[in-house]
Design a protein around this ligand. Sequence first.
Ligand code: AMP
Ligand code: MN
Ligand code: MN
Ligand code: MN
Length: 292
Amino acid sequence: MMHTLPRATDRFMLNIDLHCHSTASDGLLTPAQLLEHAAARGVEVLALTDHDEVSGLDEARRTAAEHGITLINGVEISVSWRGQTVHIVGLDIDPEHPELVKGLMSIRDGRTVRARNIAAQLDKFGIHGSFEGACRSAGDGHLIGRMHFARFLVEQGYAKDVKAVFRHYLVKGKPGYAPHHWASLGDAVGWIRNSGGRAVIAHPGRYKLSKSQLEDLLLEFRTLGGEAIEVVTGSHTPEQSLLFARHSQRLGLLASRGSDFHGPGESYFDLGRMPELPSGCTPVWHDWKGTA
Ligand code: AMP
Ligand code: MN
Ligand code: MN
Ligand code: MN
């Protein structure tokens, strides 16, 4: 580990947020604005985890240094597992590792194809110009996702906010849904590990899996070398956090904590403003220098 983390008297009290997004993927704030926002909220350690993209990390690191924030190099990789989309966060990755860089590029290329398919589906429902509209909200358009379509649909008056969009559009059975095949679980965990990072299952409570399917996912992930699960995240109820705290302890997986912040007004938790990990969890940052 190369970091020198703030020396907290109690490592559970460290203001640490290991999941958030910038304009490099589908967040609303530029990496610099995001770090300003983190500094204003007293965040001490932040992982920027853009979807399938690491291009925001350089700018984030420069602003983090100005504020004395420890920036962890992160990414959130889109995976297809048994027909479901699962997100794997990589922490402390090497963003220049060739295998990771190539893998992420192939996912981003796939996103552009999917975006054309989403726009074609919306066209069928009489909603036109969404590809161009989504690209506009995606900035330079090198990473395009459903959030960019969601913002376009809000702008056009089809829904009052992005949460409402995801109830009526862009999901299975609704207008603007396009099935897509992402990376495999083994690829994502392998890219993260081979680049020196630690793999974390993002928001495990969000997947529509039976008990036995969830167990299979956790065990397969662990067998592949995955090390942690998000226990506290904007996607979990307090009950789910306790449930996944128990899963982490039972399976010897580390526990992570991240807001999944996308921007003011778009996320359940503000940066760094989530509950602490339940006691008994081993934090994913337990062996990062300076935290114990
Ligand atoms: P994609 O990776 O392009 O399929 O887009 C997934 C992203 O859409 C997530 O990371 C969220 O930013 C957003 N999203 C998905 N479902 C919802 C929801 N129910 N409410 C708000 N945002 C959502
Ligand atoms: Mn997102
Ligand atoms: Mn996610
Ligand atoms: Mn996320």
